[in-house]
Design a protein around this ligand. Structure first.
Ligand code: ZN
Ligand code: ZN
Length: 215
């Protein structure tokens, strides 16, 4: 059984999610996209012993504090290999999305490379808990979700789907048809009461988004 804490961080209010195994306090840091001090403080306050950093995808607003927290807590970074080129070009992403001065302030020398790669069907174990990995391409090629089987199930789905919306597909490697396929054939096959924790905004459920899905 895991407990999670959602912290909106950075200029795009990205949901960084701290996950904790209720029995051992071992945990995961999902999408540390900004406000590294806040995330680090919260990890300590909650008594979480991080064992890894997981990235739902390689967009800068989900990765900006990854290297710093990897150093600070001495934990590895894990993502899908198809988004590695995005991760390795965080500086270029910043320049495109936030302008040259923001990019200049970011030092790519400090980038810690991911050492683990996840794909559909893989399992991430921490303490007595585990997450099942779903490959959810469309918003980016290497988008993945983390499914926790408990009551109710919880899917951390990155920017694939939101409460009342779906991820944009106009960024690097995005594809609208692929995104719809990930949503219809994967996310919407989960139980209706599955909680969706998206990359931005409030939680929702599979059932709610299915009922209102306009596409
Ligand atoms: Zn994104
Ligand atoms: Zn995002």
């Amino acid at each position: 059984m895991m407990k999670y804490h959602r912290i909106p961080v950075g200029p795009f209010a990205t949901n960084c999610i701290l996950v904790k195994d209720a029995e051992t306090n071992e945990g995961l840091i999902v999408d540390p996209g900004g406000d590294g001090d806040t995330i680090a403080d919260r990890i300590r306050t909650l008594g979480i012993k991080p064992v890894g950093i997981l990235l739902t995808h390689g967009h800068m607003d989900h990765c900006m504090e990854t290297s710093r927290l990897s150093h600070e807590f001495d934990v590895p970074i894990t993502m899908h290999s198809a988004d590695l080129p995005l991760y390795q070009n965080l500086g270029k992403q910043m320049e495109a999305l936030m302008g040259p001065s923001a990019a200049a302030a970011f030092s790519p020398d400090a980038l810690v490379e991911p050492t683990g790669f996840l794909d559909e069907g893989d399992t991430v174990v921490f303490g007595k808990s585990r997450a099942e990995v779903m490959h959810l391409p469309g918003h980016s090629p290497g988008g993945i979700g983390f499914l926790f089987r408990q009551d109710p199930d919880v899917l951390m789905c990155g920017d694939t789907i939101f409460r009342d919306g779906v991820g944009r597909t106009d960024l690097w490697g995005g594809n609208w048809e692929t995104l719809l396929k990930s949503i219809r054939e994967k996310v919407f096959t989960l139980d209706d009461d599955t909680v969706l924790v998206s990359g931005h905004g409030a939680e929702t459920t599979v059932g709610r988004e299915k009922r209102h899905f306009p596409y």
